[in-house]
Design a protein around this ligand. Structure first.
Ligand code: 2M8
Length: 429
């Protein structure tokens, strides 16, 4: 790159490739993350992917969100996977999850970035009439979704929602979950994974983790997806900084969209109260000694003291005090300086850092976009631009892979990946 910018011909060919990647992954109204490895609609992938569609087809971008909400449960939950069509290339499929909804789905959600994405789509839309019409039609569904997070996952008004599954965090095998997962039994039945037939097993979670992931899936089914019972008895309950930060930011963005289009109702006042609770409660995840935010195992009331990039999202969420903002900015720079490419998902100096094993080290472009967005808004433009330049270099070097090795910049996991292409279109090109 020249001064971090691409020459016009390179930018045009990368734009073309990214657009073609989305088209190739389009199954008619929803986009799979990549064929084979992930053959369904994933919640936060879809939201991020809509940002990419905005560059070539605004109607198709809004349709992505419409189709995502077509799978919303009556209680407001938007599932983490919608199994629109059968596929044999992924495990665990709809039968293992066992939910009985009109559109088959999983029974957990994923980081709720969708309202933030919609706000960006509204702001950047060429077709404002379409955008406003879509936001108006979707608004109460998104409010329902956010209310579900706060009421279902924080019924005691602690200010911090809980998550019941590492797959819900989207950061599947982050070292933040290691201790909490140890207390979860493994399943005692045989199963065949599909992920390791698409991707080298050295880049995927271990069997010991899958055994526990599946135990939890089974646990939800055995308890008939009963929110109250699961809240009281789930053997895995975490305060995940990723979900908490993304939800907080998205709730603020939702309220701003509502104000902008005059869509406020009494329920938005309630969401504003929830924001205040989180703003205070997040400090229970702050460790004074190490000057860092950590996820918390709610069942043992202990912080998972491993430095991951999820904590860097607190600035993007606007959850930090002025002092904490500076500390997290410095911590982000430390992440950046500790590997050739940034931002590693686990700090490279951590014992548990593994540069190519999924969420234990590799770089994910949508996380980079969120971290950099937060820093830029907080006035740290140089650091934000450094992240953006690194991200561009990764795409230039390796293309639209699922995630990237922070030491070598090599692409890992699935190829021709939707959210990677979408972030390039939205932010890099
Ligand atoms: C990964 O998670 C799925 C389960 O949801 C899997 O490994 O099978 C995660 O990276 C998650 O964040 C992502 O949404 C999904 C599809 O890209 O893949």
């Amino acid at each position: 790159t020249i001064n971090g910018k691409l020459d016009a011909a390179t930018a045009a060919s990368l734009t073309d490739l990214a657009t073609k990647t989305l088209i190739a992954n389009d199954l008619g109204g929803y986009t799979v993350p990549t064929h084979g490895l992930y053959p369904f609609q994933w919640n936060w992938d879809s939201a991020i992917t809509a940002l990419g569609w905005m560059k070539s087809d605004e109607r198709r971008a809004w349709q992505e969100i419409d189709v995502l909400f077509s799978g919303q449960w009556d209680d407001g939950m938007v599932p983490h996977i919608l199994f629109h069509k059968d596929s044999t290339t992924y495990f665990p499929g709809p039968d293992v999850w066992g939910s009985d909804k009109k559109i088959k789905s999983t029974s957990i959600s994923q980081p709720p970035v969708v309202a933030t994405v919609m706000k960006e789509m509204l702001a950047s839309a060429q077709d404002k009439t379409l955008a406003e019409q879509k936001v108006k039609a979707l608004f109460s569904k998104v409010v329902d979704y956010h209310l579900w997070w706060y009421n279902d996952r924080d019924p005691e008004n602690t200010g911090l929602v809980v998550t019941y599954h590492p797959w819900e965090s989207g950061m599947d095998n982050s070292p933040s979950w290691d201790d909490a997962l140890e207390a979860v039994p493994g399943v005692d039945w045989e199963y065949t994974r599909r992920d390791t037939s698409h991707v080298d097993s050295s880049q995927r979670p271990h069997k010991s983790e899958y055994d526990r992931f599946l135990y939890l899936v089974d646990f939800f089914k055995r308890n008939n997806f009963d929110s109250k019972v699961i809240y009281e008895t789930c053997p895995y309950k975490m305060n995940d900084l990723g979900i908490i930060a993304i939800l907080h930011r998205a709730t603020k963005d939702l309220l701003k969209m509502g104000e902008q289009l005059d869509l406020n109702d009494a329920r938005t006042d309630y969401l504003a109260q929830r924001l205040e609770l989180t703003q205070t409660a997040v400090n229970t995840l702050w460790c004074e000694q190490s000057e860092y935010f950590y996820c918390k195992n709610v069942l043992t009331n202990s912080l998972a003291k491993v430095k991951t990039s999820a904590a860097l999202l607190t600035v993007y969420a606007g959850l930090t005090s002025d002092e904490q903002t500076h500390i997290i900015k410095t911590a982000t720079e430390d992440f950046i300086e500790s590997s050739k490419f940034s931002v590693a998902s686990t700090h490279p100096k951590e014992d548990k850092y593994e540069p190519q094993r999924y969420w234990r080290g590799p770089i994910w472009l949508h996380i980079n976009w969120m971290i950099a967005t937060g820093l830029k808004e907080a006035g740290f433009v140089t650091t934000a631009e450094k992240i953006q330049d690194d991200t561009r270099d990764l795409v230039l070097k390796s293309g639209y892979y699922e995630y990237f090795n922070p030491e070598t910049g090599a692409g890992c996991g699935g190829k021709d990946f939707s959210w990677t292409a979408a972030i390039a279109l939205h932010w890099l090109l």
